[in-house]
Structures are given as C-alpha cells and as structure tokens.
Ligand binder design. Structure first.
Ligand code: UD2
Length: 361
C-alpha cells in the first residue's frame, strides 16, 4: 500500500512537469513534505514484536509493544553536573545486559521528576490484604502517601476479603484508593499465587488505556524513603535482600525440571522478589499472564513451585531480562541489619509472626 502511494507520488510530479501543470506539481510537493514530517515525528516511538511462549509451551503469541525512549527535560533546568568517572564504586550499577541497577547516588531525583512531570504519567500500585494481612494495610497506605511517587497521579488497588475493614487514609488530590473484593482462602500459598491472575484481570478490565506504569507490592511492608520516577522502565525487577551476597547455586529457584518455573543449577542472574515488581502496563500484563498460565499448567499436573509465583517470576525474568533492576533498597526486611552498601531503605517488609498471620503454615 505504502509503496503504491510512493510510486504515485513520484509518477504524478514527473507527469505534471512534462505536461507543465504547476498546480498538480505544487499539490504533490505539499503532500510529500507532510509525509516526511509525520514519518520523522513517529520515530521516537519504536515498535517491535516479541514472541512469547504460553503455558502449554506450544502456542506462540505475538505481542506488540511501544517503548518510548524519548526523555524530554525542561529547558534551563539547573542541576549537579553528571560525571562518568566519579560516582558509586562500592556497588555494580549495570547488569551484563546493560540495564541500570538503581542505587542511592546513581540518579538525580529532581531531573527525573521534571522529565516525567512533563509526561503527566499515571502510576498504579496493587496490594493484597487477605485474612489477617489486613492489619498491615494502614501503615502501607499511609507511608505510600508519604514516599511513593509523591506529586504524581497515583492510584492504589487494594484486593481484600474484608472491604469494610479497609482504613480511610487521607490522600492528596491526584491520588486515590479502590477496593476490590476477593475470596478468602485457607491456604496462604493460594492467596499469594492468585495475585498474578488478579493483576492480569485488573489490567484488562480497568487499566488498559488509562495507566502508564504499575507496581505490585507486598502489604506487610512500609515505605521509609523515596520510591519514585527513578524506578520507571519497561520491565522492573527488585533484587531480593536475602540473596544478593550469595552464589546462584544457593538461590531458592524451583529446581524440579517438570515445573515450568524450573531454573537449572548454574543458570539464573539474580534472585528477584515476588513482593515487588512492576513496569509499563504492557510488560506487567505479559508477565502476569505468563506466570499465571504457567502456574495453572503446573497445578494441573499436581506441582506447586517452591515459592509459588515468586518462582515463576524468577523464571520469567531469566528469559525476559528486566530493563531496570532495583537494588535491595527497594525491598529490605526489617529484621535484617543494614549492610554498608544500603545507604537508604526505601521499602521494607515488617517483622511478622508467620504462625499468627497466615491461615496455615
Ligand atoms: C515472600 C515474598 C512474597 C511471596 C512469598 C511466596 C518478598 C519479600 N516476599 O514473602 O512476595 O513471593 O514469599 O509466596 O519477596 N497475603 C495475604 N494474606 C495471606 C497471605 C499472603 O494477603 O494470608 C499476601 C500479602 O499481600 C503478602 C503477600 O501475599 O504481603 C505475600 O505473602 P507473605 O508475606 O506471607 O510471604 P513472605 O513474607 O514469605
């Protein structure tokens, strides 16, 4: 189609020149200028296709995604001069596939915020508070208001079996909470594992077309420091605080080859948290859908991965490399003493008595 139009656009001016028809010639020239303008202006958005295996391992889905690489900063913004020879040297700030690893001191929050304010982005967070975990929700919501994407459009979706117990938390004008009722369960493994399915459905039913980014977070946690625009990317993973000092043979990946979450000894990059992940809506939708299908296909064969959806997430991220990796600052654990490289704890799991909060153990 495009080549036919182009041929016509070449043929008509040549014809009109031969026949000395200057109006036709002018008309075609304007068309060609418009064509050049539009083709150049869409170049900032790169579209590519990715093939993704679904749970049965046979069918292949083609997913089309748009990634906006163009970061526009406001003119005359003054900020500290960046350097490529001075900076953090105590930690690794880039993965072998060249995704940034976000640590305190590696980014300029004011610069990033001013870039993303111009895009007027909207961010969703999902959190599950089923059974006794409802007790963690108040602190989670209150601290999110203080630290999570402050100054941006934020909406938090709370999934709970006790909608009437959701605490009222005062929120800024462009922020809000929606409560979604979910059934309770007498197995914590089921509650934890169903999250992928519910995230997938939420994206399909409510978020597509009106949300830019989504983060899926554990409720038994609190924010202590900024979590903002520095965390934005296509597919975002958080390094688990318990396993970043250890070798991959010690990662608690699913090791049974018959599971779809299987990662062989000697494979794997990092151990990522099931309690925090996110990215663009399209990427998280694909992740949630794939993990859910794989989880269900495993269940149909009577197998549950070692750490449920966390194992499937780790398998997914092994193949689909995250485009940004967040350091353990983004999910620490209160019971751990802080290592020297952790200059700030932004989000951290509270100390809990598993026997007291889980429906089974
Ligand atoms: C780890 C992961 C968690 C999940 C789990 C394995 C981190 C830091 N944590 O946490 O994300 O992968 O292992 O399944 O990566 N929940 C309820 N009600 C319940 C039980 C769970 O609402 O009765 C929800 C709640 O949002 C909670 C989340 O599921 O935050 C994870 O469950 P967990 O906190 O018991 O799992 P945990 O701490 O072992």
């Amino acid at each position: 189609m495009i080549s036919a139009v182009l041929l016509l656009l070449i043929y008509i001016p040549v014809y009109s020149l031969i026949n000395n028809d200057k109006w036709v010639f002018l008309y075609v020239c304007v068309h060609r200028m418009l064509y050049c303008y539009f083709s150049l202006s869409v170049r900032v958005v790169v579209t590519f296709e990715q093939e993704q295996e679904t749970a049965d391992g046979k069918s292949v889905e083609t997913v089309r995604k748009n990634h906006v690489f163009h970061l526009v900063a406001p003119d005359h913004l003054l900020y500290k001069q960046p350097s490529i020879i001075k900076g953090r040297t105590d930690v690794v700030t880039v993965t072998p596939w060249l995704a940034p690893v976000v640590w305190e001191g590696t980014f300029n929050p004011e610069l990033l915020d001013s870039i993303y304010h111009q895009q007027n982005i909207s961010v969703v967070a999902t959190v599950f508070a089923v059974g006794k975990y409802i007790m963690f929700l108040k602190d989670f919501l209150e601290t999110a208001e203080q630290h999570f994407f402050v100054g941006f459009r934020v909406h938090i979706y709370v999934f709970t079996d006790q909608p009437n117990e959701v605490p009222q938390v005062k929120m800024a004008a462009n922020r809000g909470v929606t409560v979604r009722a979910v059934p309770s369960s007498n197995r914590w493994q089921t509650i934890s594992a169903r999250r992928m399915e519910l995230i997938q459905t939420l994206i399909e039913e409510k978020l597509q077309g009106n949300t830019d980014y989504i983060f899926c977070l554990d409720v038994d946690s609190k924010f202590h420091g900024r979590w903002g625009t520095e965390s934005l990317s296509g597919l975002v993973a958080v390094i688990h605080p318990g396993y970043y000092w250890t070798t991959r043979s010690n990662f608690p990946y699913e090791r049974r080859a018959r599971s779809r979450a299987y990662i062989a000894v000697g494979e794997g990059d990092f151990y990522y948290c099931g309690g925090a992940f996110g990215g663009s809506l399209d990427e998280v939708h694909l992740l949630a859908r794939t993990c859910r299908l794989n989880f269900e296909a495993d269940a149909a064969e009577g197998i549950e991965a070692a750490w449920q959806e966390e194992s499937h997430l780790n398998r997914y991220m092994w193949i689909n490399k995250p485009s940004k990796v967040l350091s353990p600052e983004y999910l620490w654990q209160d019971f751990k003493s802080r290592n020297h490289e952790i200059q700030i704890v932004r989000f951290s799991g509270v100390v809990k008595n598993y026997a007291a909060v889980r429906p089974n153990n």
